[in-house]
Design a protein around this ligand. Structure first.
Ligand code: PXL
Length: 281
């Protein structure tokens, strides 16, 4: 009997820069899961810290791809979306969730669109409204603090918050429709950085953080989301999977920092893969 879990990762391919599919596929595969990919766009590099990148939107390919999958009777134990190539893809991806989720499968949406208080340069404010709609089709969402503010149409508070603000924010985010929330880039103590979670079914809240490494490390949201997914697929609870994701992402950042690598080329997640396998075993 084939008990290997099957995942569909729906993100762009940034050819260079270690984010989106070039991170999700190797991480999910290394953890032992069968990972298919649906590229939403192809870019020569990601959009953060580079200018002059190419951008091929693959919206037109989604429907025929889905038709072929349907003819094969494919279903996935997890569908995981991130950076989308166009506003129009939001409804198409929502439809894929409904159509291809296995009976006990789940949908993880990372509403990739913003960081540090700002939308990514390729997105307009209507993307934020659309992403909020996509979150209503998800079981779990993984926004950062900036994305959470855009999803709710609230001001971005930067570092000016406390635990009660975050716990109330997590609850407001469940009103978008997903029952489980993991909020990234959260810190309740100086010098630490991690994530906070809320499960609206059990009422459980969680927080896990490790020592903050100064600097902006590109692609860490995708490393975090992919490793969170592997924790969940390995049967861990939301809080335990979040801890795995914080630990693995932190290790990737430490290795990148120690090596003095140029941050816009992403973190060297490859060297930390044995650690992820240990964490998810
Ligand atoms: O890491 C998120 C991401 C994914 N894909 C593209 C991006 C970004 C963030 O900047 O530009 C193309």
């Amino acid at each position: 009997m084939n008990t290997q879990k099957r995942v569909m990762a729906i993100h762009d391919i940034s050819c260079v820069g270690r984010c989106s599919l070039t991170v999700a596929l190797p991480i999910i595969s290394a953890a032992g899961f069968n990972c298919g990919v649906l590229p939403t766009a192809v870019l020569s590099t990601h959009t953060g810290g580079f200018t002059g990148f190419t951008y091929r939107d693959l919206t037109e390919d989604i429907k025929p791809i889905a038709e072929h999958w349907d003819s094969l009777g494919l279903r996935f134990d997890a569908l995981y979306s991130g950076f989308l190539g166009s506003f129009e893809q939001i409804d198409l991806v929502a439809e894929l969730f409904d159509r291809f989720r296995a009976e006990n499968g789940f949908v993880l949406v990372d509403p990739v669109m913003a960081d540090n208080g700002q939308l990514y340069s390729v997105y307009s404010p209507r993307m934020a409204k659309g992403m909020a709609g996509l979150c209503s089709h998800a079981d779990i969402i993984v926004p950062n603090l900036t994305e959470a503010a855009f999803l709710l149409g609230e001001p971005y508070v930067g570092d000016d918050y406390d635990r009660s603000y975050i716990e109330a924010l997590l609850k407001r985010l469940t009103a978008l429709g997903a029952k489980q929330i993991v909020l990234t880039g959260v810190s309740y103590e100086p010098g630490m950085l991690g994530a906070a979670s809320y499960d609206s079914v059990t009422g459980e809240t969680g927080y896990f953080a490790l020592k903050r490494i100064e600097g902006y490390f590109h692609g860490t949201g995708d490393v975090f989301g992919s490793s969170l997914l592997t924790g969940l697929l390995s049967g861990r609870s939301l809080t335990k999977a979040m801890e795995i994701a914080v630990r693995y992402t932190h290790r990737c950042i430490v290795l990148t920092d120690e090596a003095g690598l140029e941050k816009r080329y992403g973190v060297c997640f490859e060297k930390a893969i044995p650690y992820l396998i240990e964490l998810t075993a």
